[in-house]
Every structure is written in C-alpha cells, then in structure tokens.
Design a protein around this ligand. Structure first.
Ligand SMILES: Nc1ncnc2c1ncn2[C@@H]1O[C@H](COP(=O)(O)OP(=O)(O)OP(=O)(O)O)[C@@H](O)[C@H]1O
Ligand SMILES: [Mg+2]
Length: 350
C-alpha cells in the first residue's frame, strides 16, 4: 500500500490558476474524495497525481519518493475517467489484457489476472463482448477492472458515476467502496456530489477556487465546517443570528430558539451566525411550553424524509426534517425546539 503526499502544488493555465498551493497527506489504503463545485481544480489535481500534467511548483510523493520524473505509465496508478475511455474495437477481456501486454507480461499470467479481475467486477459472462454491447453500468465496471488489473499502487477515479442513472449510481457507490476495502488500495475519488463523497470516503478534501478549504472525515466536515461556504455546500444548513455573552467562564449564544453554550470557536461578545443542522431541530405543538412558535412555509416530501421550511417570529427561516411523510400542512402553527448541542459559530453576522 502506498501513501500520497502533495506539497504546495500549483498549476496555471495561462492566466487561470487551476490549483493554488494545494497540500495533502493521504494515508495507505485510505479512500479520499476531492469534492467541490465545477472548476475548483479537482480534475487538475488528479491529473497532476497521475502525471498527465506537470505542476508549475510543488511536489508529489508516493511513499516518500518524488514522482516528478516519472511518466504516467511508470507511476503505477490505475485511472478511471468519467467517459470510461474503453477501447471500442476490443472485447472486455482484451480491454483488460491490453495494459498487461504493454507491460510484457506472459500470456498465461495475463489470462489468469484478467479472469481474476473479471470475477471481482462480476463481468465473467461479458468477457467476449464489445463495449458497445454493454450497459452504462457494465462499461463502468470494465473501466474499473481495467484500472485494477495492473494491480496499481493508487487508484484514481474522476467522476466515474456521473453518467449513470440515480439507482445504478447508488449500486456502484457501494460496489466501489466494497471493492476498495477488499483490495485495500489507496484511492482518490473526484466528485462534485456531496452525498456521494460523504457516503464513500474516509476523508474528504473540500476544494473551492483551486484551494483546499477543509480536509477531514465526513463527520467533521458536516458537523464542524470551517466557514459558511463549506457549511452550505455540504448538506442543509440553517444559520441563526445569535448574540454572544461571556460570563462565569461560559460562552453563551442567544438565538431566537433560546440560549445555548457555545463549545467552540466562540468569539468575543457580539453578533454571530450559528450553524444549526435540520436534524438538530424538533417539531412540537405550538402551545407546548418552552418552544418557539413558527409557521410552516413550505414542505418538501422525499419519501423517507419530509423537510419543512418554518418561518420564525422575526422572519428567519429554518429547515426542519422529520422521518416519513409528516402531518403538517402549509400555514400550520408549530413549535420548534433545539434538540442537540452544541451550536457552532460560523462567522460574524453580517
Ligand atoms: N487544459 C486546460 N487549459 C486551460 N484551462 C484549464 C485546462 N484544464 C483546466 N483548466 C481550468 O482550470 C480550472 C480547474 O479545472 P478542473 O478541470 O480541474 O476543474 P474541476 O474541479 O475538475 O471541474 P469539473 O467539476 O467541472 O470537472 C478551471 O478554471 C478550468 O477552466
Ligand atoms: Mg473535473
């Protein structure tokens, strides 16, 4: 297994800085996603690691070895592209064998490797078919198999599920994470789908405008996003205006939902925004003691969850989620209660 260290990597195209001083340290066998909006530099970072592009400055180390002098085919990486890039005139088995033939492996060895990987990705019956005779999901598995058959040190995937429909995408997510765990290969996965990154990764690199905004476990990033932009990009976020007071060694945030202790990032006294995730709020009857009353402004039903947008007395809007279909109608008066500690400060209020 291989660890990947990136030090202050910068890549410019003319006047565009695609990535700007990106540093990352990825552990052996880790599954790390690069997540961020279109154009933030995810593919550029991946292509630099693969060796398809050359950095302007910075270093890339595999197990401590600087790989700058190595062309892509000598970096021992397996890469899967969004477009799959299969060879159309070769069968599935030939697509897989190609990389091994290039490495001058003995034919008997190639046959056994290809057979093993076909089994792994459940494509044994399709071995002699051409790519055009395969479904999107099957083509995707061929691309994955072709990357794995060379037994690379590192697996790089650039939006591999983007062309699949929602159901197949869910299946393939699970398939890829399962396979990755079994093989134990260090994997870097590019996506702009936050749910995908959350579900699959050991850690997530959130990128904005060519820079690393945060690098952490899905839970860290969801619960303690470093800034407004990340908080809104990952999941649903309510921002409540709060005022901060410091007394008796405790820092309290006062929001419309009541006072809470701020456990971290508490600034000096004054106005701040605090982050409250929808599941940290519970709905109650409007006349229950201790609740803040509001009214249901809109309802978004998605089967397993119902999201209510609730208008608070001062005009602030918050999202609340309940499991299942829920019983509220638009315009209903409801009570709201803050169910979970802590609150996280997310920057000064405007
Ligand atoms: N070959 C190139 N020539 C010029 N500019 C480029 C080139 N490749 C990328 N860029 C620019 O660098 C920036 C980062 O591009 P990159 O492809 O890495 O983004 P991305 O995060 O992968 O986006 P997407 O989610 O749309 O694939 C963009 O502004 C892009 O226009
Ligand atoms: Mg890209």
């Amino acid at each position: 297994m291989t660890n990947v260290v990136i030090e202050a990597l910068t890549k410019r195209y003319g006047t565009t800085t695609a990535i700007d001083s990106v540093s990352l340290s990825i552990g052996e066998g880790e599954f790390v996603s690069l997540l961020g909006p279109s154009g933030c530099g995810k593919s550029t970072t991946l292509r630099l690691i693969a060796g398809f592009e050359t950095a302007d400055t910075g270093r890339i180390l595999f197990d401590g070895e600087d790989v700058a002098h190595l062309p892509p085919n000598r970096r021992d990486i397996g890469m899967v592209f969004q477009s799959y890039a299969l060879f159309p005139h070769m069968t599935v088995a030939q697509n897989l064998a190609f990389g091994l033939e290039m490495r001058k492996m003995l034919p008997a060895m190639i046959r056994s490797r290809v057979a093993k990987v076909l089994e792994m990705v459940r494509l044994v019956p399709e071995a002699d078919r051409y790519p055009r005779a395969l479904s999107g999901g099957q083509q995707q598995r061929v691309a994955l198999a072709r990357a794995l058959v060379i037994e690379p040190r590192i697996l790089l995937l650039d939006e591999p599920l983007a062309n699949l429909d929602a159901k197949l995408r869910d299946e393939m997510r699970e398939f890829i994470t399962d396979l990755q765990r079994r093989v134990g290969i260090t994997t870097i996965y590019v996506t702009h789908d936050q749910a995908e990154a959350m579900a699959m990764s050991d850690r997530i690199v959130v990128m904005f405008k060519g820079e690393v905004a945060q690098f952490g476990a899905p839970r860290d990033i969801y619960e303690r996003p470093q800034g407004l932009e990340i908080a809104t990009f990952i999941g649903q976020a309510n921002f409540l205006q709060a005022s901060v007071t410091n007394a008796d060694g405790r820092t309290m945030a006062h929001t419309v939902l009541g006072a809470r202790e701020l456990l971290q990032d508490a600034p000096a006294e004054g106005p701040v925004s605090v982050l409250v995730r929808p599941e940290a709020l519970t709905l109650a009857n409007a006349d229950e003691p201790g609740v803040v009353s509001g009214s249901i402004d809109s309802i978004h039903y998605s089967g397993s969850l119902t999201e209510y947008r609730v208008r608070l007395p001062g005009g602030e809007m918050v999202s609340v989620q309940v499991v299942g279909p829920g019983r509220q109608e638009r315009g209903d008066a409801v009570g709201l209660r803050l169910a979970a500690d802590p609150l996280w400060t997310i920057g000064r209020a405007a």
